[in-house]
Write a protein that binds this ligand. Sequence first.
Ligand code: ATP
Ligand code: MG
Length: 180
Amino acid sequence: MYLKSLEVQGFKSFANRILFQFHNGITAVVGPNGSGKSNVSDAIRWVLGEQSAKSLRGGSMQDVIFAGTQTRKPMSYAYVSITFDNADHLLPVEYDEVTVARRLYRSGESEYLINGTEVRMRDVQELFFDTGIGKEGYSLIGQGQVEKILNGRPDERRELFDEAAGIVKYKHRKASTLKK
Ligand code: ATP
Ligand code: MG
């Protein structure tokens, strides 16, 4: 499985629709300070279900919506979609390609889609459990996170091993069964 593309529109500094296409290998994003490099990785975490505005470097979740510039009006929504090549079916669905999308309006209304079908945020999270890709997965290592892993509490560090061992989905299912 690999990341094939990322589409952003109205997300942070990206007002226009932009399509990033990746190949199965290493991609580096380079650019001057403030040009939007971190906004690209924020977009990936956001579409995978990030709920913390603070970790997206904003005060409220609506701060991810393009706020406008001197020459450009603010946008009414933010949209991000991410597409994975799933030919090896590492994601537990029948599709050879999986696209996850998220949209948020200024009103607060929001939606998630998997291959065009509206789903719950939980469905998106479950899709990526044990793959290392989810918003808590170790595929995305942000600034300061290495330190968090090294200095973290044992139970926090344990979560990383649970994900690698592939048992997160069972823990979640157990917890939700016990709640019923
Ligand atoms: P550095 O090299 O300093 O880490 P960077 O390339 O990672 O920079 P980002 O932090 O991704 O840059 O982008 C910051 C820019 O994004 C700022 O100019 C900021 O004004 C802009 N930005 C953030 N949120 C929004 C928003 N909602 N609307 C418009 N612009 C935004
Ligand atoms: Mg940055």
